[in-house]
Design a protein around this ligand. Structure first.
Ligand code: NAP
Length: 353
């Protein structure tokens, strides 16, 4: 006979296990099953967050890949069919598709359903979606600040959101139970959740994500256009800093086109400030103002430390610490992560999107 405290512990464990296994949703519809949608499908499967998951994608290839990988229970080509009867609809397609998807699925949304999304900009997606949301359906926009430069259903992995932030931007007065359910989804996917105003989200992400991507696209384009430095020299000596930019600049062209077109004001505001600061640096280099350069570099080094302390980057990325990622050894006392999770952390540590 176990002691009472032992009995209590195993009873509590059983309850915890049962709670963990309790799905939050009956049917979840993923509209778009690429990197983000398929990562959500994987983590929802692993954590048993939904009784049934259905997926909608544009192409036959993606739909059959989703079935082949066991990501979803059924696939549809039409958002209207996919959303029919779902408790939660998560839009995971490029932002420019939202208006059409909202319009298409509106007639099949059931009363009490929750519509959320993962789009990297928030004001524009609210403007595109809100007019199509019927009374009695709850819109809880969201954005997981996690990603990699890869796309498609094969690129996803269940650990993508672990330790990352997910931002929700519900309008004032949104049904609190709906907000709680979406919060719970992200928590169970391993994320921390912050509620924010949509415009503020767009401003914050303009500086932390959108501008860095624009700079990466630009610098890689500049290097590609140079005539005095050959392409093979650029490839050969890329470890001098260029390599990290090429990874960011390999991000999905359609997704990023949509981000810049749909967060234009905030990105232009940040770009203006960036250009002013760059001009100041140019002047400091021209006039040999070493102190000004050193001051800035010391401040930015402290910011890197802050990012590490916030758990959003590791001390040394594998790419930075060793010439061959495969030869990296886990730190003493740390369990070696499965290859995919390690790859995920490497990628996301420098590219929350
Ligand atoms: P992705 O890998 O390219 O996948 C996009 C998915 O959307 C594909 O399944 C695609 O289907 C589907 N799709 C495209 N147009 C559609 C339409 N009209 N109707 C239904 N499905 C459609 O993209 P992703 O990287 O997962 O990005 C998806 C969303 O997540 C974007 O809004 C992005 O802003 C946001 N986000 C991305 C990241 C990141 O790092 N990638 C991070 C945070 C948030 P087909 O394959 O059949 O074309």
């Amino acid at each position: 006979m176990p002691s009472s405290s032992r009995y209590e512990i195993s009873w509590a464990d059983a309850v915890a296990r049962k709670q963990k296994a309790k799905p939050i949703f009956d049917t979840v519809a993923l509209i778009g099953v690429g990197l983000i949608g398929s990562s959500l499908a994987r983590v929802m499967r692993r954590e048993e967050l939904a009784e049934r998951i259905v997926g909608c994608a544009r192409t036959r290839r993606t739909r059959s890949k989703c079935r082949e990988l066991g990501l979803v229970d059924a696939t549809f080509s039409s958002p209207r069919q996919a959303a029919k009867g779902a408790d939660l609809i998560i839009i995971c397609s490029p932002v420019s598709t939202y208006g059409g998807i909202g319009e298409a699925m509106a007639p099949s949304l059931k009363p009490g359903a929750i519509v959320t999304d993962v789009g990297s900009v928030k004001r524009a997606v609210i403007d595109a979606l809100a007019p199509h949301i019927p009374d009695g359906v709850h819109l809880v926009p969201g954005h997981p600040v996690a990603g990699t430069e890869h796309s498609g259903p094969e690129a996803g992995f269940a650990e993508l959101f672990e330790g990352r932030w997910s931002i929700l931007t519900p309008a004032e007065g949104t049904n609190p139970t709906a907000v709680r359910s979406v919060t719970e989804l992200w928590r169970r996917a391993g994320s921390r959740v912050e509620i924010m105003d949509a415009d503020h989200h767009d401003l914050v992400l303009a500086v932390t994500s959108h501008l860095p991507h624009l700079i990466a696209y630009n610098i890689v384009g500049t290097a590609a256009d140079l005539e005095s430095v050959t392409e093979s020299e650029v490839f050969k000596f890329s470890a001098g800093g260029f390599r990290d930019f090429t990874r960011i600049a390999a991000s999905d062209p359609v997704m990023w086109r949509d981000v810049f077109l749909n967060n234009r004001d905030a990105v232009l505001e940040m770009l203006g400030r960036f250009n002013e600061d760059l001009s100041a640096l140019q002047r400091a280099i021209r006039w040999g103002q070493g102190d000004a350069l050193e001051d800035l570099f010391a401040r930015t080094r402290a910011i890197r430390r802050g990012v590490i302390e916030a758990g959003q980057a590791e001390e040394l990325g594998a790419e930075e610490s060793s010439p061959k990622a495969g030869s990296r050894r886990p730190k003493k006392g740390r369990r070696a992560a499965p290859a995919k999770a390690a790859k995920a952390r490497q990628s996301t540590s420098r590219s929350g999107r």
